[in-house]
Ligand binder design. Structure first.
Ligand SMILES: [Fe+2]
Length: 373
């Protein structure tokens, strides 16, 4: 743990809320100079509620009289306690966190506040620093192409991973082949399997999910505006029933953390996943539709403005799809390599590479594995 939070920090509700405020203020950044006011309420302890105002820092107080707020966030005290214990790996989007809170008003402010609570572990920080040193030494920022390896041996792949070099693997012949999937074949085999949408507590059978997807495709504005459905699983757990058909290659299942599913109907003109980097090596199988990834070597962190508050993965303030060089001037120096994945191909992306993902077709499906080591 990079910051020691002694047990007494969450032994009383007062200490828990004071510590939570400390976490928020310590992780808060506001490069885009957003303005706004958030009202925090702790339902079991109304006197511990507070106001947070966005400025260069996060200004906290408890006004005597009522005030206007852009965002209301209601947190049970148990959720706040959990943040102290788990801020190094907590996933805000998981239903057992998000589902306990009530958030209304400007969700953008709530999102910034939510991220401010996170902290990387010492291990994560060390892993990213190591990737930065290695990429600098190898001059990866000047790479213009990622190698495609046709049916490489495990040794060839291990060598690329040791060099922290991304590779696209072609010619994979798992059984069943991973390139021949269609929506129909998926439904024939898995219609009754339950999938979940990561940012929601919905659990749907694949049949229901696909039906909702078609509703979305028919009328995306309506479905989105009514907040009914976000038709993308966003890396939720791959249902166990599907593991055998989409198993890992080159290494055994125990060498990876449980697989994630990226399935659904998404817009192709905006990133499906925003610019970020992961501290683990990722294996991304493309199953349906094409995907494009824009990769930046780890040593370009200074040009991409990564958030200082993060845990499992590190997002960036800079948005390549809508670049603001007045706020992020060093981003002009950033160099990216674009790679396109087609069904049946596997991208092995070593830890620390920044990446932004676009789906080029909809529906889309990928399965990803993170290597444990
Ligand atoms: Fe990632």
């Amino acid at each position: 743990m990079n910051i020691a939070y002694p047990e007494q920090n969450f032994q009383t509700p007062e200490a828990t809320v004071a510590g939570f405020i400390g976490l928020l203020q310590g992780g808060f950044e506001n490069p885009e100079n957003r303005k706004g006011t958030v009202r925090f309420a702790v339902p079991e302890h109304p006197h511990l509620g507070f106001r947070a105002r966005f400025a260069d820092t996060l200004l906290i107080d408890r006004p005597e009289s009522d005030y206007d707020a852009d965002t209301e966030m209601v947190f049970p005290i148990k959720t706040l306690e959990r943040m102290f214990r788990e801020f190094e790996f907590l996933d805000w989007r998981s239903p057992d966190i998000l589902g306990t809170m009530k958030i209304t008003g400007d969700l953008g402010l709530a999102f910034v506040v939510g991220l401010s609570c996170l902290r990387p572990s010492n291990w994560t920080q060390a892993r990213l620093r190591k990737a930065e040193r290695l990429h600098r030494a190898k001059g990866y920022r000047d790479l213009t192409q990622i190698p495609r390896l046709h049916q490489p041996s495990q040794m060839q792949l291990l060598k690329a991973m040791e060099d922290s070099l991304p590779v696209i693997i072609t010619g994979l012949e798992p059984d069943p082949p991973c390139r021949d999937w269609t929506l129909q074949r998926l439904m024939d085999r898995y219609a009754d399997v339950v999938v979940c949408v990561r940012s929601d507590d919905q659990h749907l059978t694949l049949r229901e999910f696909v039906e909702d997807m078609s509703k979305f495709d028919a009328n995306p504005e309506l479905v989105m505006s009514e907040g009914l459905f976000k038709p993308y699983t966003e890396g939720s757990a791959l249902p166990v029933e599907m593991w055998d058909d989409f198993g890992p290659v080159f290494f055994s299942r125990e060498d990876f953390i449980p697989p994630q599913l990226w399935f659904g109907s998404v817009r192709t003109d905006i990133p499906a996943t925003h610019l970020h980097r992961d501290p683990l090596t990722g294996f991304l199988f493309q199953i349906m539709g094409k995907k494009r990834l824009d990769l930046y070597s780890a040593d370009q962190a200074d040009s991409l403005y990564p958030l200082k508050a993060y845990n499992n993965y590190q997002r960036c303030w800079f948005k390549p799809e809508a670049p603001d060089y007045d706020i992020y001037p060093d981003a002009r120096n950033a160099k990216c390599i674009s790679v396109e994945l087609i069904p049946g191909e596997l991208l092995v992306q070593p830890a620390g590479w920044f990446h932004q993902v676009y789906t080029l077709d909809s529906p889309t499906m990928s399965v990803s594995y993170f290597w444990r080591y």
